[in-house]
Design a protein around this ligand. Structure first.
Ligand code: ADP
Ligand code: MG
Length: 585
């Protein structure tokens, strides 16, 4: 195994990465750095998330940038603004001691004028999202004729998000003799196609098995009734007082609702999804990175590629339909060789999905029990006791009062005193968990109940079925479809989708009837994977629910997630308030 020095990096870069604390190259870096320093051959690099891909392309490219020229020499494309900022920050720390190198991130949702000013000053390296890069090229503010290296980071995700045309446009504006580098955690049909279309005889490098989740991640699942998911989530949080988690939801709306609910219940939580403004997203990410937030509730797209170390738990609030999404989610933990836990909260009907994931990932998923109320209480009490023991006493400050305090407590035994202090902190919590139910579902009973739930929901009659002219042959699955729709500008927040049935060349999809027209308008005329999408109400197949005479609409019916009614909601703050003193730094 070669060291960074032996791989041939310049002293100023070596100094910077030593300072960051990179001791030796990761497996993928071992392979990509010499390739990129020594050849102009295109490259496809596949490596699991958390394996250091940013440095794997960043270090060798930055090593070769000519600081004496102000021309843009390298363009890095990635799917989200957060990722663009993160990569630019990483690049800045890699080049801390390299003089005259400017890295400029460009992305939507922020002032283009500011970005143009930064570009005008000269940026040898531009890191951007495809949409904004196209915009800047069209305005002739970003010149690509001197580009030597184009990096496609998270390439499959960019394609999933419908950036294919943008990539086409951008790549056609770069010189033919450029070196194209494609980085991805997973290999998919889309990635293969992009390499065929845009790359020239690429070398393929992979480290670890393809499509393999991060190695040190343990996988667990909980089987609960659909209605109890939120309660299960709370117990998981409560039994892990030091949790630092990311919770993945399927839709923006669900993301918002779960996070609102967690906050209302006194947890240290917030959410990240595409409907927030750039400033809001930055603020949330900032608090999460600083660990002022313990739980980040996010959509897949918003959290894609984010590098936050030391995440203890990845929680799948629902199990994704495709393996790649699961791999990306679980890759948020167990990073840089640390151990991590990925959990899925599933309904009894999802067991086959677990089996499927086990087969493809080649990993065992352990069935875990949602902790009982007693166990949660014990864990929280012990954590509290540890906190008391670790509390520093300011002798000098407390000294003048201590005699009076002692006098007040004179009649209480040590035992009684302890009980009172603990109760002071814990009564609400104890109350909440008193007689708490066992949330675990035995598979059979659960299935019956779940079906009943579903029947009820149908009777609520809130969904209309649409026909779409895209299907499996367009590389569509339920997950990519939802991700794509949620990413469309014209789709407002909060629309709920029901059953999705993807066939070879078409798809049926249920949408809340009151939003049917919005979705039809948004989809018709848009493009998915290069195809013009045609969407229409499904004809035939029984009466359409919206046309039922009474037109009765159950306001909460059809919502995958319902706010809990009062009886099972904890009275106010269920969680033991985490005093800032014991918080992780
Ligand atoms: P990926 O893009 O493969 O998901 P990242 O490039 O985001 O992974 O890196 C994951 C984490 O590993 C980052 O915190 C990064 O700083 C760290 N890292 C990268 N390379 C090394 C290295 N050689 N030694 C130690 N840590 C590293
Ligand atoms: Mg990455």
């Amino acid at each position: 195994m070669l060291t960074f020095e032996e791989l041939g990096l310049k002293p100023e870069i070596l100094k910077a990465i030593l300072e960051i604390g990179f001791l030796e190259p990761t497996a993928i870096q071992q392979k990509t750095i010499p390739h990129l320093l020594n050849t102009k051959q295109d490259l496809i690099a596949l490596a699991q998330t958390g394996s250091g891909k940013t440095a794997a392309f960043g270090l060798p490219v930055l090593n070769q940038i000519d600081g004496d020229s102000k021309k843009t020499q390298s363009l890095v494309l990635c799917p989200t603004r957060e990722l663009a900022i993160q990569i630019a920050n990483d690049f800045n720390s890699f080049t801390k001691y390299s003089k005259k190198l400017d890295v400029v991130p460009v992305y939507g949702g922020a002032s283009i004028e500011t970005q143009i000013k930064a570009l005008n000053k000269g940026a040898q390296i531009v890191v951007g999202t495809p949409g904004r890069v196209v915009d800047l090229i069209k305005r002739k503010k970003l010149k690509l004729e001197d580009i030597e290296w184009v990096v496609l980071d998270e390439a499959d995700e960019m394609l999933n998000m419908g950036f294919k045309d943008d990539l086409d446009f951008i790549l056609s504006h770069t010189p033919d003799q450029r070196q194209t580098l494609l980085f991805s955690a997973t290999m998919s049909k889309e990635v293969l196609r992009i390499s065929n279309n845009y790359m020239n005889n690429p070398e393929e490098i992979s480290s670890g098995k393809r499509n393999q989740g991060a190695d040190k991640v343990e996988h667990f699942y909980f089987v609960v009734n659909g209605r109890d998911k939120y309660l299960a989530l709370k117990r998981i949080a409560d039994i892990n007082p030091d949790i630092y988690a990311i919770i993945f939801c399927r839709t923006k709306r669900e993301t918002q609702e779960i996070s609102d609910q967690l906050m209302a219940d006194g947890y240290n939580a917030d959410c990240l999804h595409g409907d927030l403004s750039q400033a809001q997203r930055d603020a949330v990410m900032g608090r999460y990175r600083k660990k002022n937030l313990q739980m980040l509730v996010a959509t897949d797209v918003a959290a894609r590629g984010l590098d936050v170390n030391e995440i203890t738990h990845v929680i799948n609030y629902n199990i994704p339909d495709d393996l790649e999404t699961y791999t990306h989610r679980s890759g948020r933990t167990g990073r840089a060789g640390k151990a991590g836990i990925s959990m899925a909260i599933i309904g009894p009907r999802d067991l086959n999905k677990i089996k499927q994931l086990e087969r493809i990932l080649g990993k065992t998923f352990t069935k875990a029990e949602v902790p009982a109320g007693d166990a949660v209480i014990e864990k929280q009490l012990m954590a509290f006791i540890e906190k008391v023991k670790a509390t520093k006493v300011d002798e000098k400050q407390i000294e003048p009062f201590i005699n009076n305090i002692a006098a007040e407590f004179e009649d209480l035994s040590r035992e009684e005193l302890i009980k009172k202090f603990v109760s002071l902190e814990f009564n609400k919590f104890l109350e909440y968990y008193k007689n708490s139910a066992d949330l675990n579902q035995n598979a059979k009973a659960g299935r019956e109940r779940d079906n009943k739930d579903r029947g009820d929901r149908r009777r609520g009659g809130d969904f209309n079925k649409l026909f779409l002219n895209i299907g499996e042959k367009d590389n569509l699955n339920a997950g990519t479809l939802l991700g794509w729709i949620n990413g469309l500008q014209s789709v407002p927040n909060g629309i709920e989708f029901g059953k999705i049935d993807v066939q070879r060349s078409f798809t049926f999809m249920e949408v809340e009837s009151q939003h049917e027209q919005t979705i039809l308008n948004a989809l018709n005329g848009s493009e998915f994977d290069g195809r013009k999408v045609v969407a229409e109400p499904k004809m035939g197949g029984g009466p359409r629910k919206s046309s039922r005479p009474e037109g009765k609409r159950n306001s909460s019916g059809g919502s995958g997630f319902k706010k809990r009614s009062g009886d099972r909601k904890p009275g106010g703050r269920a969680r033991v308030k985490a005093g800032s003193g014991s918080r992780r730094k």
